[in-house]
Design a protein. Structure first.
Length: 317
């Protein structure tokens, strides 16, 4: 993995009266240093003295003025919809937290990482790390897709030969697409297609994740995956897809998960059935005839937050 990291979240800042760490679950005690101030001037003085470093802080605020103050100083921030302060617009803030009963340390870290453009680690399995793509991964992604049998080529009859997934664009166009994907898909929805790395070597060995697909005019969640040929047949896809199903069930508000596969892809069909997917129909939703499998979520967790965005560019993805 080429990503070398960035700043680490150590401190939660707040103005007394706007928010209080007692709102957090008990298990959050000691997760961070919680630093409250009576006003922004006192907080500014603490910065000037070097007592705290802005780069390692997340500001939780309930008032527009406080949020604007933090963003002007390039401090990662999240808004709290505190009923004691009605009428706030939270302008420019991409995260609004409505309640803290189910907020955990990972959730706050992800707000912080998104602000600092640090790719999220989605899951760590026994053998793999699943995380978001960053532009430093482009060469490795191209190498993965260049391996024989990974992407399909169209023959003279328009039939896919010999792979099963769509090839990447030319490098320059792919770079532009991936940068937009980071901004609008990851940034807007908080999920998308991720990269799979071997935990031991850090090498890229696959790509898997979640995207949207329209079925009969309704937008649904679809899981996609590809594992490098050298790593196939070792249970990696089962391990990775199991972690993705868990993420979709616990973090997203969809009643089911879809997967499309070619009828000739026997290995993929066996994998989906092993994971608990059930065949429902043949579908042309992807532009060609594919077998549609569905995994229904029996238990859903309620949303613990909401997102506010000013961009509508995600509609293009």
């Amino acid at each position: 993995m080429k990503w070398l990291g960035g700043p680490t979240l150590t401190t939660i800042l707040y103005i007394e009266g706007e928010w209080n760490p007692v709102l957090l679950p008990d298990e959050m005690d000691g997760a961070f240093f919680y630093d409250g101030y009576k006003d922004m001037q006192q907080m500014e003085t603490s910065f000037a003295s070097g007592e705290i470093q802005k780069a390692n802080c997340l500001l939780i605020a309930a008032v527009d003025e406080t949020l604007a103050w933090g963003m002007e100083r390039n401090i990662a921030a999240a808004a709290y919809a505190n009923p004691l302060f009605p009428g706030q617009t939270f302008s420019g803030c991409t995260m609004v937290i409505e309640g803290f009963e189910e907020v955990d340390a990972d959730f706050l870290v992800r707000i912080f990482e998104r602000f600092h453009h640090i790719p999220w680690t989605i899951a760590v399995t026994k053998r793999c790390v699943i995380r978001e793509f960053c532009m430093e991964d482009l060469d490795a992604l191209i190498s993965l897709y260049d391996q024989p049998g990974v992407t399909y080529q169209l023959d003279a009859k328009g039939q896919r030969q010999p792979g099963y997934i769509e090839p990447l664009f030319a490098r320059e166009e792919e770079a532009e697409y991936q940068q937009a994907y980071i901004t609008h898909m990851y940034g807007y929805y908080g999920y998308g297609m991720w990269l799979v790395f071997d935990r031991t070597t850090g090498n890229l060995i696959g790509r898997a994740g979640l995207e949207h697909r329209d079925f009969d005019g309704q937008t649904e969640l679809e899981m996609g995956y590809v594992i490098a040929p050298a790593w196939q047949g070792q249970g990696i896809a089962t391990e990775v897809c199991g972690a993705i199903i868990k993420f979709a069930r616990e973090e997203l508000d969809f009643p089911r998960l879809n997967a499309l596969t070619d009828a000739k892809n026997a290995a993929s069909i066996v994998l989906l059935e092993k994971l608990g997917f059930a065949y429902t129909e043949d579908s042309d939703a992807a532009g060609s005839r594919m077998r549609r499998y569905v995994y229904n979520f029996e238990h859903k967790k309620p949303y613990r937050y909401c997102l506010l965005y000013t961009s509508d560019a995600a509609d293009d993805l």
